[in-house]
Design a protein around this ligand. Structure first.
Ligand SMILES: Cc1cc2nc3c(=O)[nH]c(=O)nc-3n(C[C@H](O)[C@H](O)[C@H](O)COP(=O)(O)OP(=O)(O)OC[C@H]3O[C@@H](n4cnc5c(N)ncnc54)[C@H](O)[C@@H]3O)c2cc1C
Length: 464
C-alpha cells in the first residue's frame, strides 16, 4: 500500500511539494480552493499563480537569490524548470510569462497519476487529515479565513500572524562603526545589546523631511482595515509633528553619545538579528516606503550612509506562523505545540511550507515546498533526512527561521546577512559574495550526495 499524503494549497510551495512526493511514489491528494474560492489577489484557477511581479529575481551565481536557484536546479525542482521554460527577457533576473508558467505547472501536475487533484476549500485540518499518513499545509500568505481560524485554534492564536509589519534590516559590514556607539538605555557606554545612531538636530530634521516626502506603497483595499492599528509606520509618526519621532521610536533617553559626552538630539537603535551579529534591525522603523525610497531615506541616518539592506521594511497582509517556536528543521509542527487531540496521536504529522512557514519570496516558497517534501519522504520511509547545511542559501534561512532563539521573527528572503560568517573574513564585497557562493556550492554538492545515499533522489526522472 502506498503511503498517502495530503497537500493543502496548490501555489508555488504546494505544487512543488505535491510533485516531489508523487515522484517518490507517494499517493498524493492536492487540495486547492481556486477557482471556486479566490484569495483577495489570485485571479484564476491555475496552480502556481504569481500574485504580483513576474520576476523570480537574480540569476547571478554570486548572489543569495542565485545560490537558491542553483539549489532548485540541483534538487530537480519542477516549478523552477517551468520558470526556465517560460522565461522572458529581464536582464540578470529570471522573469517568466506568468500565464504560460502557471499553465505548465498545472498541466504537469494534472498529468501525474499519483496526484489526485481536489478543488475545494479546506476548512478544518483535523477533518481533512483523516486517513492520511502526513499532511503538508501550503496555503500561503492569504490562507482562507476559515482555515486560518482553524489553524489558530490548533496551534494557539499567539502563534499565527496576519500582518507583516517589519523594519528594514541592514548588513553589519556596511555600517560606519565610527559614527555608531554600543549602549543599552541607562547602561554604561560600551555595554549592552544595541548599536545607536545619534542624530544632531540638523540631521534629524533632514531625515524627518525625507521620510515625510518619500514615496509609499499603496496598501490594497483588503489590507487597509487593520494594517495600521497594530503599529504605525515610521513615516506616519514623522507626520504627526517635529518631535513625534524623538519622543517615540527615536527617543534618546538613557543614552550618552561618547563623541559629545551628552544625550543626542535623537537616536535610532539597531538590534542584532542573530548571534553572529552579521545583520541589524532598525528598531521601530517599520515602514511602508517603496524599497528604493527606503535605501535613499535610511541612508540619511548617521552611520548608515552606505548601508546594504538585507531585507526592506514591509507592511502588508501576510499570514504566517511563528516558525522558530513551532517548526523543527523538517518543517514539521512540534508535537508539544499542538493541542490535545494532536498530541494524543489523532492526527498524522503536520508539515507547514511556503510563506505560511515564514519564508518570503517566490523561489523561497518553491524551495520550502521541496524541502518539506523531502522531509515527509524521509519520515514516512523511516530514513533520516540529511541535515541541510547552513552554508547553503535555504539552509541559512531555515536555520534562522526555525531557531528557537530567534526573537520577534519576521518572514525573510534568503540573504547573505543571515549566513554563517566566512572562516576568514573577506573585506571586498564582490570577493566575499563569491566566497559565500563557492562555499555554498560545495556544501550543496555534499548534501545532494547524502540525499542520494539515503535513497531520497530516486524516482525523479521521467515524471514529465
Ligand atoms: C499581495 C502579495 C504580493 C506578493 N508579491 C511578491 C512578489 O512580487 N515577489 C515575490 O518574490 N514574492 C511576493 N509575495 C510573497 C510570496 O512569495 C508569494 O505570496 C508566494 O506565492 C508564496 O507562495 P506559497 O506557495 O506559500 O503561497 P501561494 O502561492 O499563495 O499558494 C497558496 C495556495 O493555497 C490556496 N489556499 C489558500 N487557502 C486554502 C484553503 N483553505 N483550502 C485550499 N486551498 C487554499 C490558495 O488559493 C493558493 O493557491 C507576495 C505576497 C503577497 C501576499
Amino acid at each position: 500500500m502506498k503511503k498517502k499524503v495530503l497537500v493543502i494549497g496548490a501555489g508555488l510551495a504546494g505544487s512543488e511539494a505535491a510533485y516531489q512526493l508523487a515522484c517518490r511514489d507517494f499517493a498524493v491528494t492536492l487540495l486547492e480552493m481556486r477557482p471556486e474560492k479566490q484569495t483577495p489577489v489570485h485571479k484564476g484557477g491555475l496552480f502556481g499563480e504569481l500574485v504580483c511581479s513576474n520576476s523570480l529575481k537574480s540569476t547571478k551565481p554570486e548572489s543569495a537569490a542565485g545560490m537558491l536557484k542553483a539549489e532548485l536546479a540541483a534538487l530537480h525542482s519542477m516549478v523552477y524548470e517551468c520558470a526556465l521554460k517560460h522565461r522572458v527577457l529581464a536582464g540578470g533576473a529570471l522573469a517568466v510569462d506568468r500565464d504560460a508558467f502557471a499553465l505548465e505547472i498545472t498541466r504537469r501536475i494534472g498529468g501525474m497519476p499519483q496526484i489526485d487533484v481536489v478543488r475545494r476549500e479546506a476548512l478544518s485540518i483535523e477533518r481533512e487529515a483523516r486517513g492520511f499518513d502526513a499532511v503538508v499545509i501550503a496555503t500561503g500568505p492569504l490562507t482562507s479565513d476559515a482555515l486560518a481560524s482553524d489553524l489558530s485554534s490548533l496551534i494557539g492564536g499567539d502563534f499565527l500572524a496576519f500582518y507583516d509589519a517589519a523594519a528594514p534590516i541592514v548588513d553589519a559590514e556596511s555600517l560606519d562603526f565610527a559614527k555608531l556607539f554600543v549602549q543599552s538605555r541607562y547602561e554604561e557606554e560600551g555595554a549592552g545589546d544595541y548599536l545607536n545612531a545619534p542624530f544632531t538636530q540638523e540631521s534629524y530634521v533632514r531625515f524627518e523631511e525625507a521620510l515625510i516626502g518619500a514615496r509609499r506603497v499603496i496598501a490594497k483595499d483588503f489590507e487597509t482595515k487593520e494594517l495600521f492599528s497594530a503599529c504605525q509606520p515610521i513615516e506616519e509618526i514623522a507626520r504627526k509633528g517635529h518631535d513625534a519621532m524623538r519622543f517615540g521610536p527615536l527617543k534618546p533617553v538613557g543614552l550618552t553619545d561618547p563623541s559629545t559626552g551628552r544625550r543626542p538630539w535623537a537616536a535610532l537603535q539597531l538590534r542584532a538579528e542573530n548571534a553572529d551579529k552579521t545583520c541589524y534591525n532598525l528598531v521601530g522603523c517599520q515602514t511602508n516606503l517603496t524599497f528604493g525610497e527606503q535605501e535613499r531615506v535610511f541612508r540619511l541616518v548617521p552611520g548608515l550612509e552606505h548601508a546594504d539592506f538585507v531585507r526592506f521594511g514591509v507592511m502588508h497582509r501576510n499570514t504566517f506562523i511563528d516558525a522558530p517556536r513551532l517548526l523543527d528543521s523538517h518543517n514539521r509542527l512540534h508535537v508539544d505545540s499542538r493541542r490535545a487531540a494532536v498530541a494524543a496521536g489523532d492526527l498524522p504529522p503536520l508539515y507547514v511550507v511556503g510563506q505560511l512557514a515564514g519564508t518570503e519570496g517566490y523561489c523561497e516558497a518553491i524551495r520550502s515546498g521541496l524541502h518539506g517534501a523531502l522531509a515527509v519522504a524521509a519520515d514516512l520511509r523511516g530514513v533520516s533526512l540529511p541535515l541541510l547545511p547552513e552554508e547553503t542559501a535555504f539552509g541559512a534561512l531555515l536555520s534562522y527561521a526555525t531557531n528557537p532563539e530567534t526573537k520577534g521573527y519576521q518572514p525573510m528572503h534568503v540573504n547573505f546577512g543571515i549566513m554563517k560568517p566566512l572562516e576568514k573574513p573577506v573585506r571586498n564585497k564582490g570577493a566575499r559574495y563569491e566566497a559565500y557562493a563557492r562555499r555554498g556550492g560545495e556544501a550543496l554538492g555534499c548534501y545532494v550526495e547524502e540525499l542520494r545515499q539515503a535513497g531520497l533522489m530516486e524516482g525523479l526522472d521521467g515524471a514529465e
